[in-house]
Design a protein around this ligand. Structure first.
Ligand code: 5AD
Ligand code: SF4
Length: 467
């Protein structure tokens, strides 16, 4: 393995916009070439893929959904839990087969797994047919590395220091709703979590650059932006800004809908609550991971709050923001979690009646403190707890959806429903998925419309357009 001798670091300092100029010989390399891109993981990765897509298309490659005809295969990987890693390893088997039968295929691994030394080592030792590994800090180098390395067979790893690059271009998945990265990385070091290692330290983008991005999106017709950060409400600490001020400035641009994920309870301020309740275009939807209801487990997770503090915040948000919906993340089977610890989690779910919750079995990540903790709880017991928790969580998400039955709600319509193309789908202000029927229904795509809810299930609603 060698680090390519590129002049990129110097260029980066003044690089505002990743400018791609194709020389004639390079143009020829990519003409009529196709790429296949698969994304695993969180919204941050989905948004990174929009950036990757922009580079590939500016190089002249065309997207294909048929991997068999791809000349460049990019897997944007996730490292949060072991099963995300297993999926990528499984997919690499297919890539190997294609490579053996079709010489002209170039395989790129991008994303969080490429920031994990043990994974990089595994690829070098066992999957050396992979052509390029590119970490989360180096996506901007993809055009350069791809053009220089397209014909070579050696694995390249190119990893650089943390920094914030402005003016990135994206080929966005939607014309109506857009992700905006407002900060990168995480400094929280929850003991189970790999993110601080794969995404680096917290660094915030400049407020004026974010506002400019929102204003441009409004001009392009976007109705909604979602501000993204692993720890979104820690925004600004490194540059003397506050998340609540940023939120207010974004609200004042007049964009119709604003969302933000993911909030850490520890950084959730009263000022944020005031701003959210003051501006109608900030959606009443908050994703607020609790992870566990046991103070002992929270402490060992290094979450920096107690169950009581979480509940106090939860009730304050509910009281001050009308109709707010709150969802959460919960981990079961953290090392040596007792039945009593787990029951405290169930109690919190009963108290909060979350609108929804993402639930996970603890997955040890190499290099994190929790992976080294003693754990006497069997996998069978953890699976039982997950099942029990899911039953309860689904009961409350169903209950919260039932409350909307026969009510009128506003929905931003995003496209045709996946299962039934005579319907369209979209999200309420509280982030509930609705499948909608009506005359000339396709004309509603991209608009915010009134919908009457006709059926409510655990994970989605059905509705008809209100004339
Ligand atoms: N094991 C299980 N779940 C995890 N999460 C993060 N790291 C782990 C892990 N090692 C969950 C947390 C986090 C969500 C994005 O993923 O609940 O909020
Ligand atoms: Fe991981 Fe904790 Fe940071 Fe969230 S706040 S990304 S769980 S370390």
């Amino acid at each position: 393995m060698h680090l390519p001798d590129l002049n990129i670091a110097k260029k980066r300092e003044k690089r505002e916009n990743i400018y791609i100029e194709l020389k004639e010989d390079i143009k020829k390399v990519f003409t009529n070439k196709k790429y296949f891109l698969r994304t695993y993981g969180c919204q941050m990765n989905v948004h990174d893929s929009e950036e990757i897509r922009s580079y590939l298309e500016r190089l002249g490659l065309e997207e294909t959904l048929n991997i068999e005809e791809a000349n460049v295969i990019v897997l944007n990987t996730c490292a949060i839990r072991e099963n995300a890693r297993d999926k990528v390893i499984g997919f690499l088997g297919k890539c190997h087969y294609l490579k053996k039968n079709h010489n002209d295929v170039f395989i790129v691994l991008a994303g969080c797994m490429c920031e994990q030394p043990d994974f990089v080592k595994l690829i070098q030792e066992k999957y050396s047919f992979v052509d390029l590994l590119i970490g989360t800090h180096n996506i901007q180098d993809l055009p350069h590395l791809l053009t220089t390395k397209f014909k070579e067979q050696e694995i390249e790893v190119y990893s650089e220091s943390d920094e914030v690059i402005e003016g990135i271009q994206y080929k966005r998945d939607s014309k109506y709703t857009a992700w905006i990265n407002i900060m990168y990385g995480c400094d929280k070091f929850c003991t189970y979590c790999i993110v601080p290692y794969t995404r680096g330290r917290e660094r915030s983008r400049q407020k004026d650059k974010i506002i400019k991005e929102v204003e441009e999106l409004i001009k392009e017709g976007y109705k909604e932006v979602t501000l993204l950060g692993q720890n979104v409400n820690a925004y600004g600490k490194d540059i003397g800004e506050k998340f609540s001020d940023l939120l207010e400035s974004v609200a004042k641009t007049g964009i119709e809908r604003i969302r933000f994920v993911t909030s850490h309870p520890w950084n959730f301020t009263d000022e944020m609550i005031d701003v959210i309740s003051k501006y109608k275009n900030i959606m009443p939807y908050i994703h607020l991971p609790i992870q566990s209801g046991s103070n002992e487990i929270l402490k060992r997770m290094n979450r920096r709050y107690t169950k009581e503090e979480y509940l106090e915040l939860f009730h304050k948000i509910k009281e001050k923001i009308p109709n707010v919906s709150i969802t959460t993340d919960i981990i079961v089977g953290f090392p040596n979690e007792t039945r009593e610890d787990f029951e405290e989690t169930l109690d919190v779910v009963k108290t909060c009646e979350f609108d929804g919750a993402y639930t996970f079995i603890f997955s040890p990540r190499e290099g994190t403190p929790a992976a080294r903790m003693e754990d006497k709880v069997s996998m069978e017991e953890k699976e039982k707890r997950l099942y029990e928790l899911n039953e309860l969580v689904n009961y409350y998400s169903n209950k919260s959806n039932q409350k909307l039955l026969n009510k009128e709600v506003e929905v931003l319509v995003l496209g045709e429903s996946e299962k039934d193309n005579t319907k369209v789908y979209g999200y309420t202000d509280t982030m509930k998925l609705v499948n909608i029927e009506g005359d000339n229904i396709k004309d509603t795509i991209g608009k915010i419309i009134k919908v009457k809810i006709t059926d409510a299930k655990s994970f989605s609603l059905d509705g008809v357009v209100v004339k």
